[in-house]
Design a protein. Structure first.
Length: 328
């Protein structure tokens, strides 16, 4: 499938000025009623994939990560939208324990960005080399803490086939200046952009397929996306902690409670890395088997939107249109 909005052969962002521009804080621009649906451009990608208009409002909540534990975001549970679109069966099971909202498993949105860019990927794979590195990252609610000096030493010590390394930093860590120590020692750096940037997922797809390996110091979504895309994953161990809003520190870091996380971590151990196992476990965690064809996904969204009571989504749309008319 060819994404009409994609930029062919888009370069991987690099250089301090470009990274800082992509990471710059900005307001979110989205049509979504549940605005987190469009974190990382997720709702935009889903609608583009199945041919829905940009102003179509998704009739439920799309978790913006696969979640690697039994904690869920209260905001997703309390929102009045009645449907959930989890990525995989393991995520559906977690939500089923927390609420009675119907769950429609659709696979992680990364797969839909992958399909939209599939014409670009063969050339990227042919030229793939080295490693893309994902340090444990901060967010707008919490700050990650670990020794960058120690991590840099671990990256330098990686085997020859992992070299060269390119460090991909989360937007918040670039705002904190954490890209600078990597640049100062000669490492290339990049970013997928701000969490409100609709090109975040396409950038992630491209940068993953331009490398043979992915490296991190904490299990996270990017490493699962790397594994499901066929990259070998290595997790370097040292102390990582998070400080900030207690609501969110519980959703990050160690204490991975799901058995599938333990299986993935075991397959990433440097002494016994099993890349095929990594991919299989990542496919399961991200719900590859649940990815839907464009017409099937579109029918699901449209049918659920039609079933919503007027006091919910359609009522909200009507009020929004009325406000727009009054402004004119």
């Amino acid at each position: 499938m060819r994404d009409p909005a994609a930029t062919p052969d888009a370069p991987i962002p690099s250089g301090a000025a470009e990274l800082e521009a992509l990471a710059a804080d900005r307001p979110q621009v989205t049509r979504e009623r549940f605005t987190p649906n469009d974190f990382y451009g997720i709702a935009t990608i889903l609608k583009r994939y199945c041919g829905l208009a940009p102003d179509f409002v998704l009739p439920g909540i799309v978790p913006h990560g696969p979640y690697l534990h039994t904690n869920v975001w209260d905001k997703e549970l309390s929102d009045p939208l009645p449907n959930l679109f989890p990525s995989a069966e393991i995520q559906r099971a977690v939500y089923a324990q927390k609420c009675a909202k119907p769950c429609h498993v659709i696979g992680f949105p990364y797969y839909y960005a992958l399909r939209l860019l599939e014409d670009e990927l063969p050339d990227l794979r042919r030229r793939a080399a080295g490693s893309i590195v994902f340090p444990a990252h901060s967010t707008h609610h919490i700050i990650s803490h670990f020794s960058q000096e120690e991590f840099i030493g671990q990256l330098r010590a990686l085997p020859a086939e992992f070299q060269p390394v390119r460090v991909c930093l989360y937007w918040k860590d670039i705002l904190l200046g954490r890209h600078k120590p990597y640049l100062e020692v000669g490492f290339a750096c990049t970013t997928a952009g701000h969490m409100y940037d609709p090109q975040f997922l396409p950038r992630l797809v491209r940068m993953l397929h331009a490398h043979r390996f992915a490296v991190g110091n904490e299990l996270g979504t990017s490493l699962l996306c790397a594994a499901t895309s066929g990259l070998g994953v290595r997790i370097l161990t040292h102390e990582v902690t998070y400080k900030g809003d207690a609501t969110f520190t519980g959703l990050m870091g160690t204490g991975h409670e799901l058995e599938i996380c333990r299986r993935f971590l075991a397959a990433c151990h440097p002494a016994a890395a099993k890349f095929e196992t990594q991919k299989n476990v990542a496919d399961e965690a991200l719900g590859r088997a649940f990815v839907r064809e464009p017409e099937v996904l579109r029918e699901l969204f449209e049918s659920l939107a039609a079933d919503l009571p007027v006091t919910n989504l359609r009522g909200w749309l009507a009020r929004r249109k009325a406000r727009a008319r009054r402004k004119k």
